[in-house]
Design a protein around this ligand. Structure first.
Ligand code: SAM
Length: 252
């Protein structure tokens, strides 16, 4: 059985797609999707030997070798351009996800990819910034809590995709419209997520309450320092806290 987090990602995978799951660990996601007949083909990419071997065992034991291939390599290096139309990257930091996407983009590995499903554990903003910079359009965002941790799932397609281009264009306007919250600028919606901000679900508000509390602890820990550098850093943290509180006040 998949975790709630992986289940939410699986639910967003389009039926019949050719999936590459990068950083697949035990290949739980592609195994589940292949087992339920949801994907035409799956590639499980894994950098590290331990998880790579585990993924191979998992796929063999489930008798899914005809559908899911397990490959060892760094990020999107495991793909030939055009092999996959959907890429999932889950359970890593946003910086690493953006790095994997960027290295793959430069090598042409994203050719033919029409759907990205990304689940950063932290640093979601870095993923949104990468998407924005490289012509990917956010189609939706989901937020959920499991075992006390809060996760975001970002879904994106190429903005210039000809098939469905009109729909993509409409989404872009929607994004812009969502971004038009009075006091909020582009940096804010890249940090919070345009759809998540619009939906303002309790779990989203809880996530930012926790972030605020974390920053308040940081600010308190710097209170007694006499160092100029710490004083300046504390001022910056206090500014961030005020910004977050302002945002929360807008959304509640
Ligand atoms: N995607 C699974 C999930 O969401 O449950 C597994 C997440 S696990 C925490 C991250 C996996 O990514 C690890 O198995 C790690 O070895 C792998 N990984 C880290 N950097 C990678 C890279 N550059 N390319 C491929 N896999 C990578």
């Amino acid at each position: 059985l998949l975790s709630k987090r992986l289940g939410a990602i699986a639910a967003q995978v389009k039926p019949g797609c050719r999936l590459a799951d990068i950083g697949s660990d035990h290949a739980l996601l592609p195994a589940h999707l292949a087992q339920s007949g949801r994907i035409a083909r799956g590639i499980a990419g894994e950098l590290n030997k331990g998880p790579f071997e585990a993924a191979k065992r998992q796929i063999a034991a489930a008798g899914l070798g005809a559908v899911v291939e397990v490959r060892q390599g760094n990020g999107l290096d495991v793909l030939e351009p055009g092999e996959a139309d959907t890429v999932t990257i889950a359970g890593m930091g946003g910086a690493l996800i953006a790095e994997i996407l960027e290295a793959g983009r430069v090598k042409g590995k994203l050719a033919g990819v029409r759907h990205l499903l990304l689940q950063p554990n932290v640093g979601e903003m870095q993923v949104r910034v990468w998407l924005r910079r490289h012509g990917w359009l956010l189609l939706g965002e989901e937020i959920l809590e499991e075992d006390g941790k809060i996760y975001e799932i970002l879904s994106a397609c190429p903005a210039d995709e000809t098939e469905g281009g009109a729909a993509a264009e409409a989404e872009l306007y929607r994004e812009r419209e969502l971004a038009g919250f009075g006091v909020l600028g582009e940096a804010d919606w890249l940090a919070f997520g345009p759809y998540l901000m619009k939906q303002a679900e309790p779990v989203f508000l809880e996530k930012w309450r926790r972030e605020t509390a974390k920053l308040e602890r940081v600010a308190r820990s710097m209170e007694s320092s006499e160092l100029e550098e710490a004083r300046l850093k504390r001022l910056k943290v206090l500014e961030d806290i005020n910004r977050l509180k302002e945002l929360m006040a807008c959304l509640q």
